[in-house]
Design a protein around this ligand. Structure first.
Ligand code: ADP
Ligand code: KDG
Length: 314
């Protein structure tokens, strides 16, 4: 099997240059948190596989072409002849305010079920990555996510869960009820600081939430803190990592890049400090350019943002 297996909904994201109500050009890109993570790992030379359902039309073919072009294994993607591609509009409302609008109810990706994932799980992987977006898509996708996490954990695969709360898909209470048990199958839990109580008691403080997760068998809790960097908790205590100083122009995909960097460090056998360093490095690449994943580094570019002056020509 591959180094990393991930599954979820690959989306067509349509980015506008201005307000959607004013019309104008929309540019299609591949998006989806799990696809972003797969690309982040593939760019660094790891063998990454993506599973899920995509529409059996031009848009589905577009998504598969993008994934293949980035070196992601799509062998286990299922084409769905009856359902459309999920769409995400990213509206540049003002220069620095972006709004999200989804058209994904009833999409091919949301029709994911356990049977779609059986062959990919049977092939095995060193790491299984899933996010809290997939269980928000449908009852079948929720069942598939739980089944995959449990099956992989039982097989000794490292399971990584990114909470990734999407408030346009479900409420915090609905998310908590599903994601808290799901986190019990994970070795690594990734959350933004405001998402941590979606895998534990509502409103509890960070330390209490982390202690609860570690007691339930999670070995590493990663807390993303935007421009402040990130924090890791393990049985050995807490370790902070500063963000790299870059000019942030587009924060979409930063969390996925961070997770890809962390998992790449894990696959390379780096210690916790090294894994965090690679995580904040990929996060910095993501925010320092436009697009969910387009600006992520190849392996020979990992140190590109170190010791550099703004505006440098290399
Ligand atoms: P999410 O996109 O999931 O909300 P964050 O915004 O916390 O996640 O970003 C994930 C990681 O990306 C951060 O932990 C940090 O390492 C990096 N990052 C985010 N914003 C910036 C920034 N302004 N400058 C440098 N790095 C950043
Ligand atoms: O993590 C970046 C995502 O916001 C984006 O790619 C779309 O997966 C996505 C979602 O469901 O919002």
């Amino acid at each position: 099997g591959p180094d990393l297996l991930t599954f979820g909904e690959a989306l067509v994201s349509l980015r506008s240059a201005g307000p959607l109500t004013a019309g104008g050009a929309l540019t299609p890109h591949l998006a989806g948190a799990e696809a972003n993570v797969a690309i982040g790992l593939a760019r660094l030379g790891h063998r990454a596989a993506f599973a899920g359902r995509v529409s059996d039309d031009e848009l589905g073919t577009f998504l598969l072409r993008q994934l293949r072009a980035e070196g992601v294994d799509v062998t286990h993607v299922v084409r769905d002849p009856g359902r459309p591609a999920g769409l995400m509009f990213l509206e540049r409302r003002t220069a620095d305010l972006t709004r999200v609008l989804y058209q994904r109810a009833g999409s091919a990706g949301s029709a994911l079920g356990v049977d779609d994932l059986r062959p990919a799980l049977a092939a095995g992987a060193r790491v299984l990555h899933l996010t809290g977006i997939t269980p928000a898509l449908s009852a079948g996708a929720r069942e598939a996510a739980g089944w995959a996490a449990e099956t992989a954990a039982r097989a000794g695969t490292l399971v990584c869960l990114d909470v990734n709360h999407r408030s346009k898909l479900w409420s915090r209470d609905a998310a908590r009820a599903v994601l808290t048990p799901l986190a019990g199958h994970a070795s690594v839990v990734v959350a933004s600081d405001d998402e941590l109580d979606l895998v534990g008691a509502p409103g509890a403080d960070e330390e209490t939430l982390v202690t609860g997760l570690l007691a339930r068998g999670v070995s590493t809790v990663l807390v993303k803190r935007g421009g402040e960097g990130a924090r890791a908790y393990t049985a050995d205590g807490r370790r902070d990592a500063a963000a790299l100083p870059v000019t942030a122009v587009d924060t979409v995909g930063a969390g996925d890049a961070f997770t890809a960097g962390y998992l790449s460090g894990h696959l390379d056998g780096l210690d916790l400090a090294g894994r965090l360093r690679r995580a904040v490095t990929l996060g910095a690449f993501a925010v320092a350019g436009h697009g969910d994943w387009e600006t992520l580094p190849r392996r020979d570019e990992l140190s590109l943002l170190d010791s550099r002056q703004p505006g440098d020509t290399l």
